[in-house]
Design a protein around this ligand. Sequence first.
Ligand SMILES: [Ca+2]
Length: 273
Amino acid sequence: MSLRRCRTRGIALVAVLWVVSLLAVIAASFATTVRSETVVARNQIQNAEARALADAGFYRTVMALALDRESMSLSGLPEAWSFSGGKVTTSVQAESGKVDLNAADAALLAGLFAAAGAIDPSALAAAVVDFRDPDSDPQPRGAEDPDYRAAGLTFGAKDRPFERKDELLQVLGVTRAVYDAVAPAVTVYSRSKSIDPEIASAEVLEALQAVGLVEPNGARDSSSLGANAVPIFTIRAKAETEGGAVFVREAIVALTRGGRQPFRILTWEQGKL
Ligand SMILES: [Ca+2]
């Protein structure tokens, strides 16, 4: 064999080895991609199962409410049950057991902020009243547009009613920590100054005690309180699948007076874990 022919074969062998190596790298990369996509698809399926399970929990609860709410806890007590191999925990909170951001007076709001551990509850309560009232005259220690500007904010008091409870975060002085503390105890749906203490949370009861509407021993002034007839509820359903995926459905519903649709969904959100 000539030297030239040997060299040519050697070059061909090296080229083949390079091509084989390249193909091996491409195959390995393709296998990794497929594995990653499989994991992503499996996670998506698990998450979809958890979401469907939580929604099943919601619909089961709202139908139970529509059929017989007298026998249910309406103060947020959790109820655990199993369905389709997963675990679901549901709870119901009646909006009539919460403080209405539009209807509550400054004293009740201050009691609520105090119960939540806020540093200056009276100023926060006055700022809430200024935020929702249509005028631009500040309450004592309240906050209207000039106060927001002085604080470096680009927005001012809304001067209209709260439409969502998380608008409370826009009120001057309300921090995320304060909001998170009072959020479970406030609503924009009861539209009533009165609160049903039978289904109120501990924070709301503390606020009611602070303003003298409920005695520390639980006795209450029935002339100023009373069961609110507005049948609006927050339903929370937390679902966990066998594979460990978790989803929380949080919705506010209004029960209707029968008919073809026994309830109306007012908000429909993914809740915090
Ligand atoms: Ca105002």
